[in-house]
Design a protein around this ligand. Structure first.
Ligand code: BGC
Length: 420
């Protein structure tokens, strides 16, 4: 049963990342990784993606046509710092131009500083396993914020540090493909340091230079619901929950918890200006089975569609952190575009009825892009992309989303046209 609702007060937009959209080869860990045989589902490479590096003007026009109010985009560290400590002014200026153009189109930009990929030089020297990685990362962050801090007030320091550690250092599915719990903990600890230090640095630079606008810094946390099928599955579900999204507590409060440590390297404090949640699905834990709930509605990637999970997780974070909530990602891989419309409806509805201060919602993603190990096979976009011709095609869900933005919510006529 679909009913109209209002989303007044929530800014709506899309989220993207650099490596997944830009194409145009650069020396980063994913470009190198995809070149190795057997790594990718479809042999694709981020060298292609949406060729957004060249086509950004065309894409900005699409963003404006959809009426997006907010847009989350990533910067590619390896373009900005192609060799250690030497920055590329030309690349930085190119990002600046793109951001200014979006702003001219009335789009508020949120910049992600790190989204899963590392410059090859950094990765080959140990990446975030290095003890001095927080200093190296901070050098890059400082350069970026000194370069665009006058026009950008909103930042995501790290995208999903918990997913990154899990897939790259624990499950060995992403570069550098390690399978080592001790290393995972060390990397996670360094990522916490990176976030805490960046949080302080971004605020300091913007304040010292007198840049206008309220500085908003946080990180985007991938959150899942871990449901125990039976009472005896509860201990495992809780342990997974803690390791995946309990250790991240340190990134908010500054204080590490076991097994990361016990210290507060930057003092106890508040290292977030918003709660950034990336939400997609839940995991069902039943004996040795950990996956989507059997017989549930699922996406093309086999992920359960579980909208209630969004409210559960938002409430959980809000209770402890009490800050504005930004849904920094939420989306579905679906060739069936009607399923995408329903997914958007259901998740936005959770926001509308939650009574929580949700300020922003970023649908993942603007157009089908390079979906990491899935390559070019997953259709997350409101807009389709023919990866050979680079032709963009606007899906009905994009029109649906556009109307939601225009109407500040869902009307009966939209329900009749998009959801039935
Ligand atoms: C990541 C995106 C990814 C999306 C869909 C998120 O966890 O931040 O980069 O494309 O999930 O899998």
């Amino acid at each position: 049963m679909y009913t109209p609702f209002s989303l007044k007060g929530v800014l709506l937009g899309c989220s993207t990342s650099a490596t997944q959209t830009e194409g145009s080869p650069t020396r980063n860990s994913w470009y190198d990784w995809a070149a190795k045989p057997g790594r990718m589902k479809d042999r694709s490479s981020p060298c292609n993606a949406n060729q957004h590096w060249q086509r950004w003007r065309e894409d900005n026009v699409l963003i404006q046509q959809l009426g997006l109010q907010v847009y989350r985009m990533g910067l590619e560290w390896s373009r900005i710092e192609p060799t250690p400590g030497r920055f590329c002014r030309k690349a930085m200026n190119r990002y600046r131009e793109e951001i200014l153009d979006l702003q001219k189109r009335n789009v508020k930009v949120l910049v992600t500083l790190h989204h899963f990929s590392n410059p090859t030089w950094f990765e080959s020297q140990g990446g975030f396993l290095r003890k001095d990685s927080p200093q190296i990362f901070l050098r890059y962050v400082t350069y970026v914020v000194e370069s665009i801090g006058d026009i950008v007030s909103d930042y995501v320091t790290l995208n999903e540090p918990n997913t990154y550690v899990t897939l790259s250092y624990f499950l060995a599915q992403w570069p550098p493909a390690k399978h080592n719990p001790a290393i995972s903990i060390r990397v996670m600890r360094n990522l916490v340091y990176c976030h805490l230090a960046s949080y302080r640095r971004i605020h300091r630079i913007r304040e010292e230079r007198g840049f206008s606008g309220r500085t908003m810094v946080g990180f985007a946390e991938h959150m899942r619901v871990f449901s125990a099928a039976r009472p005896k599955d509860r201990p495992l579900a809780s342990a997974m929950d803690y390791l995946f999204q309990g250790l991240t507590n340190a990134m908010y409060t500054g204080r590490l918890t076991a097994p990361l440590g016990v210290e507060a390297p930057f003092g106890d404090g508040r290292f977030y200006d918003y709660i950034g949640i990336n939400y997609y699905t839940r995991l069902w834990v039943s004996g040795k089975y950990i996956g989507s709930k059997p017989d549930s509605e699922q996406t093309d990637l086999g992920w359960e569609v579980y909208p209630e999970g969004l409210s559960l997780l938002m409430r959980r974070r809000y209770r402890h952190l009490c800050a504005p909530i930004w849904i920094t990602e939420n989306g579905i891989a679906a060739r069936n575009d009607k399923q995408r419309c329903r997914f958007i409806y259901e998740h936005l509805r959770q926001i509308a009825i939650s009574g929580l201060p949700v300020e922003r919602y970023y649908y993942w993603t603007l157009m089908d892009n390079f979906e990491w190990a899935e390559g070019e096979t997953a259709a997350f976009g409101l807009i389709g992309c023919d990866f050979k011709t680079q032709k963009r095609s606007i899906r009905p869900s994009a029109h649906f989303y556009h109307e939601i933005i225009q109407n500040d919510g869902i009307t009966q006529s939209m329900i009749d046209r998009y959801l039935k």
